[in-house]
Design a protein. Structure first.
Length: 273
C-alpha cells in the first residue's frame, strides 16, 4: 500500500508571446537575467566539477536588502543568482566562478560545497522575519533557471539540495514551505512519490541510544547527510532529522525519527542506490 502526499495543484506555465521553447518537457520562456554583479567570489579549484545545486532563502526583510548584503565586500557572502518574489532573476556571480553561499557544510563526504555548486537565493523573510510561502512567479522563474542550469552542468537530481541539507545544525532554508515535489516533477531534485506503508515500529528520538539509532544514522549518511553512526541520538542527529523532514516530510517537522520518516528515507535510498 502506498501513502499519497497532499497534491500540489498544477497552476500551468506562464504563457508569453515570444521566445517560447521546449526543454525538459516544459515550455520555457527565455529567462531575462538582471545583472547585479557581486565582488564576493573567487576561482573554483582547477579540477572542481560543478555537480551540486543548492537552494536558499535570503532570510532578510526585502530582496533589495539581500541584494545589497550579497554584494557587500564586508559581508563576504554571495550566490550565483537571486530570485525575488515577483520572479525577477538577478545574476550576481558567473557560474564558472565560486560564489560564497554554502559556508561550513557537508554532503556525501564533501566539505567544500562552494567549490562544486551553484547557489540560488530565493527572496523570503525566512523563519526570523516572517516566513511565508514562495510565490508562484518566484517558483516559475526558479523552475526555468534550474532547468537551464541542469542542462549546462552534470548535476544529478539527488544533488539538488537545500542549504539545511548541507548545514543542518546552522540552517533551516529554504524550509518547509518550499515545494520540492513540484521541482522534482521537472526532474529538479528527487521526491519519493510512492512510499511503502511504514512498518509498525518505534519512534526514535533525542536521548535514545543503541543499534537502531546507529542504523538510522548510517542510512541518513548513506543518503548524503554529514552524520556519524555513533548510536546516540544527540543534538546533531536531531538537526539532521529536522533537515530531512523539512525537505522530504514538511507536513510534520519535529525531529523524531518516526516510522513514516523511516519509510520515506528507505524509498529515497532505493531511488539513489
Ligand atoms: Zn542559505
Amino acid at each position: 500500500m502506498a501513502i499519497f502526499y497532499p497534491s500540489v495543484a498544477d497552476s500551468g506555465d506562464a504563457r508569453h508571446d515570444s521566445l517560447v521553447r521546449e526543454s525538459n518537457g516544459m515550455t520555457l520562456v527565455d529567462l531575462k537575467l538582471h545583472e547585479r554583479p557581486s565582488p564576493n567570489n573567487d576561482a573554483r579549484a582547477p579540477d572542481a566539477a560543478i555537480d551540486t545545486l543548492v537552494l536558499h532563502y535570503t532570510g532578510m526583510k526585502s530582496a533589495e536588502a539581500a541584494l545589497e548584503r550579497l554584494c557587500d565586500p564586508e559581508a563576504s557572502v554571495s550566490a550565483h543568482y537571486l530570485i525575488d518574489e515577483e520572479g525577477k532573476v538577478y545574476r550576481m556571480v558567473p557560474e564558472q566562478r565560486r560564489a560564497w553561499h554554502a559556508g561550513v557544510s557537508s554532503w556525501a563526504g564533501e566539505t567544500d560545497i562552494n567549490d562544486r555548486s551553484i547557489g540560488i537565493e530565493l527572496a523570503n523573510p525566512g523563519h526570523e522575519f516572517g516566513y511565508r510561502p514562495f510565490s508562484e512567479p518566484q517558483m516559475g522563474a526558479l523552475e526555468q533557471l534550474a532547468t537551464e542550469i541542469l542542462s549546462r552542468h552534470d548535476i544529478p537530481a539527488r544533488r539538488v539540495l537545500g542549504h539545511s541539507d548541507i548545514a543542518p545544525s546552522r540552517k533551516q532554508d529554504p524550509g518547509e514551505f518550499f515545494d520540492w515535489r513540484r521541482l522534482a516533477r521537472r526532474s529538479i531534485g528527487i521526491w519519493p512519490e510512492v512510499v511503502a506503508q511504514p512498518r509498525q515500529g518505534t519512534t526514535l528520538g533525542p536521548g535514545d541510544t543503541g543499534m537502531a539509532v546507529g542504523e538510522m544514522q548510517s542510512a541518513l549518511a548513506a543518503f548524503g547527510y554529514g552524520l556519524a553512526a555513533t548510536g546516540e541520538y544527540d543534538t546533531q542527529t536531531t538537526d539532521v532529522v529536522l533537515a530531512f523532514q523539512r525537505h522530504f516530510r514538511p507536513r510534520v517537522v519535529d525531529g523524531a525519527f518516526d516510522p513514516e520518516t523511516d519509510a520515506i528515507l528507505r524509498a529515497l535510498l532505493r531511488m539513489v542506490m
